[in-house]
Write a protein that binds this ligand. Structure first.
Ligand SMILES: C[S@@+](CC[C@H](N)C(=O)[O-])C[C@H]1O[C@@H](n2cnc3c(N)ncnc32)[C@H](O)[C@@H]1O
Length: 286
């Protein structure tokens, strides 16, 4: 386990994933009834973009920095507001902090909502506990677990609230991650068929991505949305040229919202200004 998200925090893939996460949480927050977020691969929670790791790659410059610096057209600006406001709120201290999925979820959930955060790496988990667990808003409603995120899909689903989101965002540093994603999705859906299930994947090796899309479609889960963003036209097996999300049971507004958002920010996130977004159904309502 060598992966450290601090090197990649706020990059184009993070922006896409976190913009979608924020829209899902905004939707879940429309009803007063509590819900739960299970983040199976939580990371360190909060990142310093002026820290040594982020500075070494500079990946946030073509990501969140490009989006924050742009004047976005409405309605994309309005749809992105909860996410970007949460990012800006963290900068009020003068430091360029960036929220990972746990910090974003903490900012966008309500006192009645629960967060369950799994992180296997000891040091990353210690940071997560310090940065998120210590926040007064987390009191009594956030649990950080030293549990394998794949096992958590069986151990913690369905949530007591019977409403909520499962985010699966593994590091893809070990072989077999796409296969674990498919098996994890099937297990999560078996236990929590009505939940919103969101899985992130890298677009590097197109054959692997093609096989993954086919395997997910073959599961035949109703209402499976595929969202992809290309941010580099030059492809190689070592470099991220885009990223994707599989979202099962998306809020009914999400596909249109993400089309609007991603069409507005794709040119900002692309190295050559030619970013391209694709939002479509792998399987429709069943
Ligand atoms: C891509 S990062 C997560 C980023 C985070 N979701 C975000 O959006 O800010 C993946 C994290 O998963 C952790 N990890 C790797 N394998 C794991 C496993 N089997 N269970 C739980 N965490 C794991 C890594 O240590 C790493 O911190």
């Amino acid at each position: 386990m060598n992966y450290r998200h601090a090197f990649h925090a706020g990059n184009p893939a993070d922006v896409m994933k976190h913009a979608a996460l924020a829209r899902v949480l905004a939707y879940l927050g429309r009803k007063d009834t509590p819900y739960r977020v299970l983040d199976t691969h939580a990371g360190a929670g909060l990142y310093d973009l002026d820290g040594a790791s982020a500075q070494r790659t500079g990946e946030a410059e073509a990501g969140i920095e490009a989006v924050l610096a742009a004047t976005l057209p409405d309605p994309a600006a309005a749809l992105l507001a909860p996410y970007l406001d949460a990012v800006r709120a963290l900068r009020s201290s003068g430091r360029r902090l960036y929220p990972g999925s746990p910090a974003l979820a903490l900012a966008l959930t309500r006192p009645q909502d629960q967060l369950l955060l799994c992180e296997l790496h000891k040091d990353e988990r210690a940071k997560l506990e310090k940065r998120i667990g210590a926040d007064p808003r987390a009191k009594g409603r956030v649990k950080v677990l030293a549990q394998d995120g794949w096992q958590a899909l069986s151990a913690h689903l369905p949530p007591r609230e019977r409403r909520g989101l499962v985010l699966v965002d593994p590091p893809f540093e070990e072989p077999g991650e796409f296969q674990r994603m498919v098996a994890g999705l099937e297990a999560a859906h078996r236990r929590f068929a009505t939940g919103i299930l969101m899985l992130w994947y890298p677009i590097k090796d197109l054959r692997a991505v093609d096989a993954f899309r086919r395997d997910v479609a073959r599961l035949g889960l109703p209402k499976t949305l595929k969202v992809e963003l290309d941010f580099a036209t030059v492809r190689s097996l070592d470099t991220l040229s885009g990223s994707g999300l599989i979202i099962v049971n998306p809020p009914f507004t999400l596909a249109d919202e993400l089309k609007t958002i991603l069409n507005a920010i794709a040119p900002l996130l692309a190295r050559d200004g030619k970013g391209r977004a694709r939002v479509g159904w792998l399987t429709a309502a069943g």
